[in-house]
Design a protein around this ligand. Structure first.
Ligand code: PEP
Ligand code: MG
Length: 756
């Protein structure tokens, strides 16, 4: 049963569009369940009707023609009740509705299950039989399982299929709005440039060849190189292989032959595709073909074909590496954006970013916010490989991407752009003013940094210090661990650029969604795994080198602060402190002058909230990492778009935790800061002021907005607001109350609702 289920889902997954997918479903389910009829009715969002979209056993001619209104007939009943309906004799049921011409008169037994994706009823899957009998429990369970598994695939095919047919071919196609997750605020109108991860056949953008002859040459060279590689492997393995295995290598070479797959690729290139696109399209077709085969030996050959295709692609990409050119207003699109991909494009050309994977608090989104680049994350239904060179609008405030945008939509976004420009001009005038509330309370505003480019931006925005230097960023951009001396120089640059302002350097925080290419950590649950201080305590050589580099860089400046990430136990903190003390003794012995800098700990896991006082007694400052604290308190992976709606940094539980840490730091009388993204939200900043936070650290782009907000309020009214908000029991209510507060204080410009 499981095998059948898996095969059907796999086949549907490989379908080319919605009709193909539904066709496979009705065919395969009918056979698997030994029934006479299997049909799918899909809900049409505009008419709210259930359209008869695919069938095996009923009248094919009515496919796309017959339909039922919501709540009408048994199909409507299944959809309305959102649960299966299983009947021995359908026409005896009061809801039964006769659809003339569809041909179901002879079928009595009826089993319908809803197809539900993310709480939405997409359609109804029905099986029918002539024989009067109730489908048994296992039939019902099978169909329910089938439908639950297929719902996601169908939803995806629905969006991308619609795009394929209506939007992408002609310039005049309909507009499509694809929902994602807000990544970095701002809007952008620009041209898509799709970048693909290395050698991934499924992520190659379709693109026209600029020079067909050159593409042909590149393809033939790549083929030749792979052939040589395979021959070399075969020769190396020579005597270890038996004749059948040797024959396999001949098969591989045959597949690559000019007259086989090679010929198909060549003909596509001659038709105008670039070599990578032509190769990927042909290889994917063949892989699908093999995957659909019943025979398991042949099915497994799909893996070989994929491997060969990937090898050829790798050669083509190596050849093309330098050739990617970026138009003005580039919107960089990728299946999974990484920190290093941001570095590849000149900043002045970059207007926006779209990542199909990841979520609003993925680290790449945080970097994008720091750079001030509007970003949409988690646009899972975006047919991203087909967007090269197309005009795209992104709304980073609300997490939407518009394809084939209508002129009036572009106009609305131009207005938003103009307003944003005016607002930032207005905010610029605050640059040299202090962040003081109306009643004279001073709130230091610091910045979070990681890239050297952040320095200028931060200073331009009037940063008073660095509350978080993410040291892993320079580690991410390299091909090996930086040496102690290389690190010393990087840290020296940061410290010197901000001196005499304080710079808080966090020790290496890798793991989670930050994997170093040269130090891979593969885990089922990376955010609950080997991360942050856990890694560096297990590798004292990495930790010691880093701390030594920081201490040496601090010589003669004295503005360093050291901060420890992901601490869950007092023992971890003590071990880390021992290592820091040891490094300090060592560098002093080596002749470097300088006192031990202030040392702080991040409060970013629930355990640290409850032990904040114990932690506080051992260090010089606390700093809340609200990004992780939110994900761990709410059990919502910050990197997962599917649960992004549940990630809410204004959730009452998060607010309680933030207030508890403030109370703990007060009780122990040590300074408390926050360096999570919440500090950069104007409404968040007002609450943190009221809770008694001593410093807010945020991305440089947010700083002027926060300054504006705090200069507009006084502490008494912020405390009033906090008292009201702490009584609310739901994140949405908190959000609403805060938006209302901003509006009351003339800051409605900080609130952005989606353009319809
Ligand atoms: C945090 O978790 O809030 C934080 C500031 O650290 P990072 O976002 O780098 O995990
Ligand atoms: Mg963190």
């Amino acid at each position: 049963m499981l095998e059948t289920l898996r095969n059907i889902v796999q086949e549907v997954n490989a379908a080319e569009g919605l009709d193909d997918a539904l066709g496979i479903i009705v065919r395969r389910v009918r056979v698997a369940m030994h029934t006479e009829v299997c049909s799918v009715y899909m809900r049409d969002a505009s008419s709210e009707r259930f359209i008869f979209r695919a069938t095996e056993g009923l009248n094919q001619e009515l496919v796309g023609v017959a339909s039922l209104a919501a709540g009408e007939g048994l199909v409507g009943l299944v959809a309305e009740r959102e649960e299966p309906v299983n009947l021995e004799n359908a026409e005896n049921h009061p809801s039964f509705q006769f659809l003339p011409g569809i041909g179901e008169e002879q079928y009595h037994a009826f089993l319908g299950v809803p197809i539900i994706h993310q709480r939405d009823v997409l359609g109804v899957l029905v099986v029918q039989q002539a024989h009067r009998r109730r489908f048994d429990e296992s039939d019902e369970a099978f169909l329910v399982t089938m439908s639950a598994q297929l719902a996601g695939v169908i939803a995806h095919a629905q969006v991308t299929g619609a795009l394929r047919e209506d939007i992408l071919p002609g310039e005049g196609g309909a507009q499509a709005k694809i929902g994602g997750v807000p990544g970095a605020p701002g809007v952008a109108i620009g041209t898509a440039v799709v970048i693909s991860p290395n050698a991934d056949l499924y992520a190659v953008p379709a693109r026209e060849a600029e020079d067909r002859r050159q593409e042909l040459r590149a393809f033939r060279d790549a083929l030749q190189s792979v052939r040589k590689d395979i021959q070399a492997v075969a020769e190396n393995l020579g005597s270890e292989l038996n004749p059948e295995d040797h024959a396999l290598f001949d098969v591989y070479l045959g597949i690559l032959d000019d007259s086989a797959i090679g010929a198909e690729v060549i003909s596509r290139i001659k038709g105008g595709q670039w070599a990578q696109g032509a190769l990927s399209q042909v290889m994917i077709q063949h892989i699908r073909h093999f995957e659909r085969m019943e025979h398991s030996y042949l099915k497994e050959r799909a893996v070989d074909v994929k491997d060969l295709g990937t090898r050829v692609l790798a050669y083509l990409q190596a050849e093309d590496k330098q050739e990617l050119s970026y138009p003005d207003h580039t919107i960089l699109v990728s299946e999974e954006l990484t920190a290093s991909s941001l570095g590849e494009i000149p900043r002045e050309k970059l207007a926006g970013l779209i990542s199909v994977r990841g979520s609003g608090n993925s680290h790449v989104a945080i970097l994008a916010r720091a750079m001030g680049v509007p970003t949409v994350m988690g646009a899972v239904d975006l047919p991203y490989t087909r967007l090269q060179d197309r005009e795209v609008v992104i709304d980073g405030y609300n997490g939407n991407v518009y394809l084939n945008p209508l002129p009036e939509v572009i106009q609305k976004f131009r207005e938003v752009l103009d307003e944003d420009r005016a607002l930032s001009l207005d905010l610029e005038s605050l640059r040299d003013l202090p962040c003081v509330t109306l009643d004279g309370h001073r709130m230091p505003l610091w910045v979070n940094t990681g890239l050297m480019a952040d320095v200028t931006r931060s200073l331009e925005q009037g940063a008073e210090g660095v509350g978080l230097f993410r040291t892993e960023v320079p580690f991410l951009l390299r091909e090996r661990f930086p040496s102690e001396e290389e690190q010393r120089q990087i840290y020296r640059n940061q410290l010197a650029a901000f001196a005499p302002r304080p710079v808080t350097m966090r020790t290496l925080d890798i793991g989670g969604d930050k994997a170093l290419p040269y130090f891979p950590i593969e885990e089922d649950n990376p955010f609950l795994g080997w991360r942050g201080i856990r890694v560096t305590l297990d590798h004292p050589e990495i930790f010691l080198a880093q701390v030594r580099a920081m201490l040496k860089a601090n010589e003669g400046l004295g503005n360093l602060r050291i901060m420890l990430p992901m601490v869950c136990n007092v023992s971890e903190l003590e071990e880390a402190l021992d290592l820091i003390h040891r490094s300090h003794r060592e560098v002093v012995q080596e002749g470097f002058a300088g006192d031990l800098p202030p040392i702080g700990v991040m409060v970013e896991v629930p355990a640290a909230v409850y032990q904040a006082r114990a932690m506080a007694r051992r260090v010089d400052f606390l700093s809340v990492g609200s990004n992780d604290l939110t994900q761990y308190l709410l059990a919502v992976d910050r990197n997962n778009a599917r649960v992004a709606d549940l990630y809410h940094s204004l959730h009452p539980a998060v607010l309680q935790a933030l207030a508890a840490v403030a109370a703990a730091s007060k009780a122990e009388n040590i300074p408390l800061g926050i360096c999570g993204e919440l500090a950069g939200e104007p409404e968040g900043a007002v609450l943190l002021l009221a809770m008694g936070y001593d410093m807010l650290s945020m991305n440089a782009t947010s700083l002027p907005k926060v300054k504006k907000a705090l200069r507009n309020v006084n502490v008494a009214e912020a405390r009033d607001l906090l008292a009201q908000v702490m009584l609310l029991e739901e994140a949405g209510a908190v959000q609403q109350r805060l938006e209302h507060f901003l509006a009351e204080h003339g800051m409605e410009k900080f609130i952005h609702h989606p353009v319809e």
